[in-house]
Write a protein that binds this ligand. Structure first.
Ligand SMILES: [Zn+2]
Length: 181
C-alpha cells in the first residue's frame, strides 16, 4: 500500500525537509527527497509514521532493505530514536567519527563520509565560523560605539567644568581689580 500524501507531508515537515541520515536538505538536493521505511516493508515494516524516515535518494540507495535478521547482525542508527550526536562526532575536517558500534556500522553501510557529504559539511562548518566571526566583530563595533558615546559625554562634562572654572577665575580677577581701585 502506498504512503498517504498527508503522512508523507508530515514526515517531510517533521524532518525539516532534510535527509534524516545525512542532513542534505531539499534545497541542497534540488528537489523532494524519498521516504524510507526504517524497518523495510518486506521485513515486516509498515507505513506508520514512526517507521518512516525522510531520506535522500543516495542514503536510501545505500540503506536498501537492510534489517538485522541474525543475532550478530548489527542495527542501523535510527534517527527517529537517537540524535546524531549520540552516535557520531563531527570533526573539524567535516568527517564523522563513530562513537558507538551502531554509529560505526551506519557510517560504513550508508557511506556517511562520502566525499561530497564531507565537502558539504565543511562548507557548513566554514559558514558557521564566518557567522561567529562576524557576530564577534559586530559586538566589538557596538562596544566601541558605546565607548565613544561615553567619551563624548565625559568631554562635554569637562567642557562645562572648564567653563565654570573660567567664569570663577574671571570673577576673582574682577573682584581684585575692583578692590585695588
Ligand atoms: Zn541522505
Amino acid at each position: 500500500m502506498a504512503i498517504k500524501a498527508s503522512v508523507r507531508e508530515r514526515v517531510r515537515e517533521r524532518a525539516d525537509f532534510a535527509c534524516e541520515f545525512c542532513g542534505i536538505s531539499e534545497t541542497d538536493a534540488g528537489g523532494q527527497l524519498t521516504i524510507d521505511h526504517y524497518r523495510p516493508k518486506n521485513k515486516g515494516g509498515d507505513n506508520d509514521h514512526t517507521n518512516l524516515i525522510y531520506c535522500c535518494p543516495r542514503c536510501n540507495q545505500y540503506k536498501l532493505d537492510y534489517w538485522p535478521t541474525r543475532p550478530d547482525d548489527l542495527q542501523l542508527w535510527n534517527p527517529r530514536l537517537d540524535p546524531p550526536t549520540h552516535h557520531f562526532l563531527l570533526l573539524d575536517d567535516g568527517t564523522l567519527h563513530p562513537l558507538t558500534e551502531i554509529g560505526a556500522f551506519t557510517l560504513r553501510r550508508m557511506r556517511l563520509n562520502r566525499p561530497p557529504l564531507v565537502a558539504h559539511r565543511l562548507r557548513r562548518i566554514r559558514a558557521a565560523e564566518e557567522t561567529r566571526l562576524l557576530t564577534h566583530y559586530c559586538d566589538l563595533v557596538r562596544l566601541i560605539e558605546q565607548l565613544l558615546i561615553q567619551q563624548t559625554a565625559l568631554m562635554e562634562e569637562q567642557q562645562k567644568l572648564l567653563h565654570e572654572q573660567r567664569e570663577l577665575l574671571e570673577q576673582i580677577l574682577h573682584n581684585r581689580e575692583k578692590s585695588g581701585e
